[in-house]
Design a protein around this ligand. Structure first.
Ligand SMILES: C[S@@+](CC[C@H](N)C(=O)[O-])C[C@H]1O[C@@H](n2cnc3c(N)ncnc32)[C@H](O)[C@@H]1O
Length: 326
């Protein structure tokens, strides 16, 4: 059963192509981005429907948009569709107002000079849609994977695009259910590039409507009503203790994580990357994965282009080529 997504949708960053990546142009290298911006379709796609150019509070040129697309691609791997000019404007306009900048080019100069602005820039442009038990079949597969592990050792899971925390807490609930314990031998690393969603995740407080699809037994067992926050629930401290939250940019040359992992949940983030970026990330996952470990991908993500690294075992679950699993 696929639960609806319901968390912090800052609206989609791209248009999903048939290949599973979120692009609009044919090429997504920085040069490709440039070509896409020069596409004749651009004028139609970029036509601001909600905020006509002349009514905009801040000057925002095609060249500014192009620079932002390139910066996001180079620093976060995110391919921004040319049709997202309005979205970029509205997300960053708030920031310009706060910083007191008059134009986007002024803001971009600030970005060049002030490294501390980078964090807010990236946070503003990520899409963090998620929900508890999203693509629920993966949690059932994980439960059976956990049951098959007979050695007495911690079971280690990396949730590498954890957004506001619903996914790693769903993993923790699955682990607790499987071991019938609030202290299962499970360690979860939950990471994301976006520091503001990580901060929300660490708090572990969710409005009631975010928990609509959490089973009542899970709600009573793993949540308490959040004191001082209306109509909200807090994740139990035991669940939080299973999770280590940290900022990791999947594009960074060094990841502060150590393998081996039994499972890597990398769901609904690769769709924002092009194939070469996806391949580079997957290549680095392989040595971090146990021989019998699994990589869980989002339902619209396919890693078939990395067939020299991973083998599909169905339902968007992948294993190493030397895995004994079929
Ligand atoms: C759509 S959410 C998916 C959340 C969750 N995995 C799920 O499937 O429900 C994508 C997340 O990927 C994160 N992300 C985007 N680029 C990233 C990068 N380069 N490194 C790490 N996380 C990134 C975003 O901040 C966002 O929280």
């Amino acid at each position: 059963m696929a639960f609806p997504t319901n968390s912090r949708d800052k609206s989609s960053l791209g248009t999903r192509s048939g290949s599973g990546s979120m692009t609009l142009g044919t090429s997504v290298t920085p040069g490709g981005l440039r070509a896409a911006v020069n596409d004749p379709l651009k004028k139609i796609l970029n036509h601001p429907s909600s905020a006509p150019l002349q009514e905009r509070e801040f000057a925002f040129t095609d060249a500014d948009f192009e620079r932002i697309r390139n910066l996001l691609y180079k620093n976060a791997g995110i391919v921004l569709s040319p049709s997202k000019q309005d979205m970029v404007y509205s997300r960053l306009a708030r920031r310009l107002r706060t910083c007191g900048d008059q134009t986007f080019s002024q803001y971009l100069r600030r970005l060049e000079q002030d490294r501390s602005e980078w964090e807010t820039f990236i946070n503003s442009l990520t899409t963090n849609l998620t929900s508890f038990f999203r693509e629920a079949h993966h949690f059932e597969i994980l439960a059976s994977q956990i049951k098959q592990i007979k050695e007495k050792r911690p079971i280690r899971i990396w949730c590498c695009a954890s957004s506001t925390g619903e996914e790693p807490y769903s993993l923790a609930i699955t682990a607790c259910d499987t071991f019938s314990s609030l202290t299962p031998p499970v360690e979860i690393v939950a990471s994301d590039i976006d520091t503001s969603v990580l901060a929300q995740a660490e708090k572990g407080i969710y409005r009631r409507d975010k928990l609509d699809r959490v089973q009542p037994t899970h709600l009573s067992r793993y949540f308490t009503s959040a004191s001082g926050v209306d109509d909200s629930y807090a994740v139990r401290a035991e669940l939080r203790r299973l999770i280590n939250f940290r900022r990791i940019n999947l594009l960074s040359p060094a990841w502060p994580v150590q393998g081996p992992f039994d499972a890597i949940f990398c769901r609904n983030v690769m769709i924002y990357f092009d194939k070469p970026t996806q391949y580079g990330v997957l290549k680095r996952f392989v040595p971090l994965l146990r021989q019998e470990g699994r990589i869980y991908a989002g339902h619209s993500e396919s890693f078939m282009h990395a067939a020299d690294l991973l083998r599909s075992i169905g339902r968007t679950v992948y294993v190493r080529l030397d895995s004994p699993l079929r």
